[in-house]
Design a protein around this ligand. Structure first.
Ligand code: PGA
Length: 246
């Protein structure tokens, strides 16, 4: 399986940020892993133009239907046409800011796949859920509810992102990450014929300083990186660490 270093720029970036993608393209001309940057929707087309073929461009969300009266929303087909080859769905910030349920996330993931994009389905527990000892049951329920029909290892990626570790500088311990990724792997093997080959990313304060330790863990097939994906200087060593672990 080819590992995946994915960057989620969230609501950050104007045109001058495109130079970061140009730098990444030069530094990683033929990477040994898949490299993906998901800028804001406004930058997808110029990002695609700024990147070489070695860097994929993705989106951060999509609507579940392909067209209609949904002011402000963007359909998966539109994102693909703009240059996105992957779409993040169910990020915890979408789940909390926009009250997205597992059923909505599943519908969005199916829309992404239907449009020909890879769906990156995010899940993860809150601090309260972890402290209550329900992490494994919470992520199992999210996976069962959010996994798109027709999911294959080629069209679906899972991102485990503990909510309390996102943007906080707090990283889950290697034991915590390994435990959840193993549980997800077993569930995926149960639910899918090629569940052993589905990439499971870790996300939550991944940086150059902790990437090597995280990438050495079993069932960690890459990372979904927020803050440290905003500059080539910070994201590049994460890509290199993932290549070293491949
Ligand atoms: P972070 O974000 O790397 O800034 O913690 C990760 C994410 O939300 O995908």
């Amino acid at each position: 399986m080819r590992k995946l270093a994915a960057g989620n720029w969230k609501m950050n970036g104007l045109r001058d940020s495109l130079s970061e993608i140009g730098t990444l393209s030069e530094t990683h001309a033929s990477p040994a892993v898949d490299v993906l940057i998901c800028p804001p929707a406004t930058l997808i087309t110029p990002a695609r133009a700024a990147a070489t073929a070695s860097i994929a461009i993705g989106a951060q969300d999509c609507h579940a239907v392909s067209s209609g009266a949904h002011t402000g929303d963007i359909a998966a087909e539109m994102l693909v046409e703009a240059g996105a080859s992957a779409i993040i769905v169910g990020h915890s910030e979408r789940r909390s800011d926009h009250a997205e349920t597992d059923a909505m996330v599943k519908a969005k993931a199916e829309a992404a796949i239907g449009a020909g994009a890879i769906a990156i389905v995010c899940l993860g527990e809150t601090l309260e859920e972890r402290e209550a000892g329900s992490t494994i049951s919470v992520v199992a329920k999210q996976l069962a509810g959010s996994l798109p029909d027709g999911a294959t290892a080629a069209n679906t990626v899972i991102a485990y992102e503990p909510v309390w570790a996102i943007g906080t500088g707090k990283v889950a311990t290697p034991e915590q990450i390994a435990e959840v990724h193993e549980a997800l792997r077993i569930d995926l093997q149960d639910k899918m014929a090629d569940g052993s080959d589905v990439r499971i990313l870790y996300g939550g304060s991944v940086k150059a300083a902790n990437a090597t330790e995280i990438f050495a863990l079993p069932n960690v097939d890459g990372a979904l990186v927020g803050g440290a994906s905003l500059t080539a200087e910070q994201f590049s060593p994460i890509i290199t660490a993932l290549e070293a672990a491949s």
